[in-house]
Write a protein that binds this ligand. Sequence first.
Ligand code: BGP
Length: 480
Amino acid sequence: MAFRNDFLWGGATAANQIEGAWDVDGKGVSVSDMCTNGSLDHPKRITAVIEPGTLYPSHEAIDFYHHYEEDIALIAEMGFKVFRMSINWTRIFPTGMEEKPNEKGLAFYDKVFNCCRRHGIEPLVTISHYEMPYALVEKYNGWISRELIGLYEKYCHVIFERYQNKVKYWLTFNEINSGMLPTGNVHSLGTIQGFSGSFFGVKDDPKIRLQALHHQFIASAKVVKYAHEHYPQFLMGNMMCCIVTYPYTCAPADVIEAQHYSQFINWYCADVQCKGEYPFYAKRIWKECDLSMKFEPGDEEILKEGKVDFFTFSYYSSVCVGKDENAEQGSGNVFGGLKNPYLQVSDWGWSIDAEGLRYALCEIYDRYRIPVMIVENGLGANDAVEEDGSIHDPYRIEYMRKHIEQMKLAVEEDGVDLMGYTPWGCIDLVSLSTGEMAKRYGMIYVNKFDDGSGDLSRQRKDSFYWYKKVIETNGEDLRE
Ligand code: BGP
């Protein structure tokens, strides 16, 4: 068999994209709760105050808050070994600044974890997945303030203590390298004090972003160290969006450009969290951003002491970079780059590149030599419900099959130590980049639409039955 016997098959979600119940049981307002719906043509907006009459998709999302038992039963039916989910920081500390946690928020995750355990499912918990308290944006302009380090630590100490017997796998920050891009200002860094406007139009200053990111690195390292000291049974992971970068041509200038881009977008963050220090080319990056990075005494030691135990990443797409000014731009709104003539794209313009996953796995394992896990991957697509209620999604099955085939090659032929696979949005959920429901990733369909309508009922798609068989056979049977 290609995959380990204890391979962690499962699926991935995030609190802000599934839970809803945005103001229930003492929950505070998160940065995602300030984001409106949108589409590929009409970018979602972030508003500095809640606008009456505007649709904010996280407010109800798919109402996992009240459907978690049904949803966990469904993923258990698929045979999930692991369920990647996140804790909504604002359920535990509504503004991030309270002295005492909100007991009702803590109790909710007790119920969710107990339910997972009853079904023999291991939770994999992202501590911060694009849902920081909005009060911290208003008061501190997000992670540019070092105050957030202590507030994040306080939050982590509470959830570690509370769930120590229920959760073993933790990820400190979702896609921490999103802070390398202007869109990272919104959900990840919260450096948008007072800003209202398009998700893609945020006021951007790379100096602020990279300094704020340094504070996230320190926070991550501190809680990893704390976990190692107090809860030796925990396994602490990083999480980054792996953007496989190809040179557009074999012209040496394109090759160097691709190398630089990959250093910038991928390895800068991964090195800090896995090697415990900034890479040698960080100084070049700071110079390019005109940044004089502020370190406080002790920061370097903290980074060294807080290296993660395993490497996790999302993988959706690859990009091409190069100097040819006439080359066609890729249409994917978050990944950018030049159009790769060898690849098809999804309905949302994201290039589909299964072989890029094998490439990513080998690159990552070669660099860091710690167990690796793919914690997001998948195809966002329009699904149609037939009259008899069935949902045929062969495109999703094909996408997943091709990616799993490449995972197999990376394990069997190349020797990568791959721990598991949790495809994104195993149940339909709100899209991050566009704020819509129409971009569906799930193997479970949710009757919920972009105008907020829908009875929230759940249905199994064809991919549900296919993935169940994949899990049953530990990835051996990939036939449709
Ligand atoms: C990742 C995020 C997820 C998720 C996914 C798919 O970047 O970690 O939160 O949403 O991308 O992106 P989208 O929802 O924009 O299709």
